[in-house]
Design a protein around this ligand. Sequence first.
Ligand code: HEM
Length: 513
Amino acid sequence: FQTGTTTLIIPTTPPSPPKFPLIGTLPDFLLRGGVSSLSQIYTDMYTEYGPVFSLSLMNREQLIFSDPRVYDQVFKAEGKYPIGAAEEVSTFNTFYEKNNLKMALKGVARGEEWKEWRGALEDDMYKSWEGYIPTIAHVCRQISQVAGREDVEFETFLSRAAFDMFTSVMIGESLQTTDGDVATVEDIEFVKATQAAFDTTGKLLSNPLEAMFGGDLQGEFDVNMEKTYRFANRMNKRAAEEASALQKTVTTENNSGESSESKCPISAIKSKFASPSFVERLVHRGKLSNDDIAEIAAPLLMAGVDTTAYVMSWLYLNLASNPEAQTKLAAELKTVLNGADITTKEQMDSLPYLKACIRESHRLTPATPIVVKMLDKDIDMIVPTTSNDKPNAYHAKAGTRICLNLRGIPMDPQYVDNPTEYRPERFLPEAIQARKGTPSEIIDHAAFADPFGRGKRRCLGSNVANAEIMILAARLFQDWEIALKEDNAEWKAAQKLMLKADPYPAMRLSRRV
Ligand code: HEM
């Protein structure tokens, strides 16, 4: 095919572990340790097969690239209606279909329906995210006040913290599930069901053996998803009705003047809270009915709570295992914030070491070992080579899982010094500047920068999630020193719906003086 120059390149067949009819490359995968060794498997395969290889797992063809520049070509080809990664989470989607949840189904659709859904939510969740910073700061302060209690494991605490932060963005106030003295039994049930639905989805989708022999996982999922859906729907419905009532009082007050709805400046929204919640904004904007607003709650919670908890769990584990980095972070927080909360984007931007800690955590312990993209048409991709050889070309049929290996280049000593060590310094601005023009600058490619995907289907909650992660870390590390309870604790990166340290080590929190 034509590469844009006159050179004709014949597509190359990528290397692969032995492939068998029906079961594909599953035997090799199991021999290497299966899902409990997933993260290491992708590093080992990169070492063994090189920067491009193919797999066939659970009836899906996968092409795995290590060079993020190949991924740029995939995003260029994604078109007006790209396929989202959420389409693959069949447990959620079957639930939405069974219950005829139209809004939820639009969110995982491909065409105009998805565009309309995204258009209805994007301004208030993705674009104008800064307005949520004070709300998140307030809830992080509450969370930090109860952080040292030992009534729940730290991992569960983080999951509840993610839940509290996200519900406060959604409805304006936290359910305070991190505080055993305040949370209602019903709210704790809610957070547990959300977590259980997320975890059983992980087992069903990523572990072929558990899916076959793991008992009634589907039944377990259905029960928990149903509970989450009911709770979440009720929570948003109540918030939307309150917001509508408040909105009506404003419209009556404004009756003589121009309608405030059409321009929708956030400052014009009458809010019950210090700054308007997501639900209040949606009600004010008037594109969705209160029933639609109720229906989006469960899918957004499923997309936004445990994902954030998993990413945070790695950050805290890395900083607890590397006390020197934690001390440097605490020093930066003291200098810049001096005990205050992050309440503005400018403050977020003035914390390079915190940003570097988060970036390095994503390099060393990403919450997924690969990023996946699918196209609805065939594509030919050119893979640059480091030598003077001709570039290689690879062909992927429509529907192939085209993956970027996050465990290849980011773990390769050719590009990263001592790649198995947690060193946030590598992502300080001066270090990034120093590797410009060298082969190592590849690790600064946008595709490696964060866990939220790219292109038109980039995570809708990415800006809010990033703010939540930064604001909570800034609060907790100002208030607490977080250490491993046992110095020699061991864990593996095991695949659930995302990668999780297994077993997650116990933590000791001591007040920072
Ligand atoms: C650290 C936490 C999070 C991670 C790692 C994460 C990751 C991702 C990824 C990888 C995608 C797929 C992108 C693609 O299709 O290429 C995605 C999509 C999505 N995420 Fe997140 N996410 C997080 C937090 C959130 C939050 C807080 C929300 C709440 C609004 C959210 C809502 C969504 C939605 C609705 C989509 C589908 C977007 C679409 O298809 O247009 N996520 N996320």
